[in-house]
Design a protein around this ligand. Sequence first.
Ligand code: NAD
Ligand code: UD1
Length: 336
Amino acid sequence: MKILVTGGAGYIGSHTCVELLNEGHEVTIVDNLCNSNMEAVNRIEEITGKEVAFYKVDIRDREKMGQIFNENDVDAVIHFAGLKAVGESCEIPLEYYINNISGTLVMLDIMKEHGVKKIVFSSSATVYGCPETVPVKEDFPLSVTNPYGRTKLMLEEILQDVYKSDNEWNVILLRYFNPIGAHQSGRIGEDPNGIPNNLLPYITKVAIGELPQLNVFGDDYPTEDGTCIRDYIHVVDLARGHVKAIENMKNGGVEIYNLGTGKGYSVLEVIKNFEEASGKKVPYKIADRRQGDVAVIYGDPSKAKKELGWEAQYGIKEMCRDSWNWQKNNPNGYKK
Ligand code: NAD
Ligand code: UD1
């Protein structure tokens, strides 16, 4: 199939492009590079030995997006483009709403104009809020507490409305748990700007000596070791989930899938696994809880297994090994 990948130069998008190309699909990337680097696109081509069409375009630019759809015979869209930092979304909510919501609206309108009615959307486990029980299933109640999360929930609802108005649309909402790791080649990976907010990029920067120590946000949660539990998933597994989603689209409908491993690890367990996988010590101190953190969340991925034939292959050791391999080989990320 010919797939348009928005945000394809980013962390999850770049890994997904590699898996799509490996499976014989054609890929066109649209990315304004606001949180990524052209070098990621070069490396997608290097890893796969295949070419991708790349457009440095903002998805809110209706005219240029129209041209891209005119020039490319698009069968389906995988939509990653968006801003994703929870803390930042509370500081600059309008930019999040304008980028994530308006960008998606422009894109959907152009898809409609061109009769392209297949879309896979990057949602997040953040839409489950603070779940009453775990593992969470796709039909659990939804709630969000910050503008970033609200953009995800609003877009899920907008996409459902689009389907209700025209049953020829195929919409797949993928709710990701915590993607970490990197491609085994060590050529593409997560390259956050500035000091990372997320756990694994922070750990790798401590391990390489760029940051002095990790702050573990709280050790008084109701878990075995007192630290929060999350469902970490290897980014290559996550990428393969998108390929399965695209290849298993039915004739019209909205489907929702959790993409996680179904296993939870505490912050201290992640540190221990990372130390074992990398042979590096990760100095840490216990700090205050971070506002908005949920004690325990992990998903039930059995619907994706049953309906898409997808299941995560990699465990926490491989995730830590590949995060470290990427960091060690690219101490400055994609910057020379
Ligand atoms: P990322 O920032 O690495 O990738 C997003 C890409 O979109 C970047 O390359 C950025 O330059 C591009 N982009 C942003 N706004 C754009 C615009 N208006 N026009 C064109 N390009 C634009 O993030 P990621 O981690 O790869 O996440 C991809 C998607 O998955 C996002 O929608 C994110 O919200 C969602 N998601 C991520 C996580 C996670 O932990 N990384 C978890 C759940 C959901
Ligand atoms: C965060 C976002 C979530 C988003 C996801 C992926 C919040 C509240 N949630 O999820 O909406 O979808 O990122 O981008 O921001 N931790 C530390 N020290 C650190 C960093 C993290 O102890 O320096 C802990 C956190 O308290 C948490 C775990 O590590 O328990 C994972 O944190 P993180 O990687 O930020 O992911 P989430 O909080 O699950």
